[in-house]
Design a protein around this ligand. Structure first.
Ligand SMILES: [Zn+2]
Length: 263
């Protein structure tokens, strides 16, 4: 009798756990977007610019985002599954899938909120953050589309080894101004705890609708358009499997350098 009872309890337990597994397998696949990132921002800040991840592969991980190219060869804008390269000259090209990136971040766009906008500047977006963003403590993919009265961007020049730190490169950045232009801003907002891994706050890039201009966003005035947000609760890092990254120094707080380089 004692034996039977133990077997019965065991069987019941097995049955319950199998059922649990079964239910789990039948659950719908999690399709919430993932922020997928190649390397970390503190690698870029210390001059780790060797590309290691093909941009063709990046497109499989997300259809919107930003980054840079091997040897810091310009600014990357990922828009609707196309990867654009804004060169130091200001020219915009679409490089082949085999080109490598040393730093990029992408996600598959899913719109959570949309706001019609008029006369929004970078300062206004920051000061009215709470109006649009439910919290500072998650990641966002940020898109702003429409007619801009003014946009200022920059791009950086391809570097030779030994690579200088990012602040030295951005000291000689090329700047571009656009007036009365239709275009799209795309990029990320990252929370404070992401420091060292990605840019804390906004990091946005821009591309004109005619695909002839863009770059890393410095200033803007969205005369008329919309602000759209995609909330991101999932994060994946793809790190270099060797090279300069292994010898990098990640013990230093580089947040002041980041502000100088990206601001
Ligand atoms: Zn940038």
């Amino acid at each position: 009798m004692k034996h039977f009872l133990i077997s019965f309890i065991l069987l019941t337990f097995l049955f319950v756990s199998c059922e649990k597994d079964g239910d789990f397998e039948n659950e719908e696949k999690d399709t919430s977007p993932v922020l997928v990132q190649v390397s970390v921002i503190d690698a870029l800040l210390q001059g780790i610019y060797d590309g290691y991840y093909p941009i063709g592969g990046l497109k499989d991980l997300g259809d919107m985002g930003l980054g840079t190219f091997d040897a810091l060869d310009g600014e990357m804008v990922v828009l609707n599954d196309t990867i654009y390269q804004v060169l130091y000259s200001g020219q915009v090209v679409t490089p082949p899938d085999t080109v490598l990136t040393p730093f990029a971040a992408v996600a598959n766009w899913q719109r959570d909120t949309v706001f019609e906008q008029r006369d929004v500047t970078y300062d206004l977006l920051k000061s009215q953050f709470d109006t649009y963003f439910p919290t500072t403590n998650i990641f966002y993919l940020v898109k702003m589309e429409g007619h801009f009265s003014h946009v200022k961007t920059r791009s950086v020049a391809r570097q030779e080894k030994p690579y200088p730190p990012l602040v030295e490169v951005t000291a000689n950045q090329a700047e571009f101004e656009f007036t009365d232009v239709d275009g799209t801003i795309i990029g990320f907002y990252c929370p404070a705890y992401a420091s060292g891994i990605n840019s804390v706050g906004f990091h946005l890039h821009f591309l004109t609708n005619d695909r002839k201009g863009g770059g890393h966003l410095l200033e803007f005035n969205l005369a008329e358009g919309k602000l759209e947000l995609c909330y991101l609760f999932n994060y994946r890092l793809i790190l270099p499997e060797g090279g300069d990254f292994f010898g990098g120094d990640f013990t230093i707080d580089r947040s002041d350098e980041l502000e100088e380089a990206e601001g």
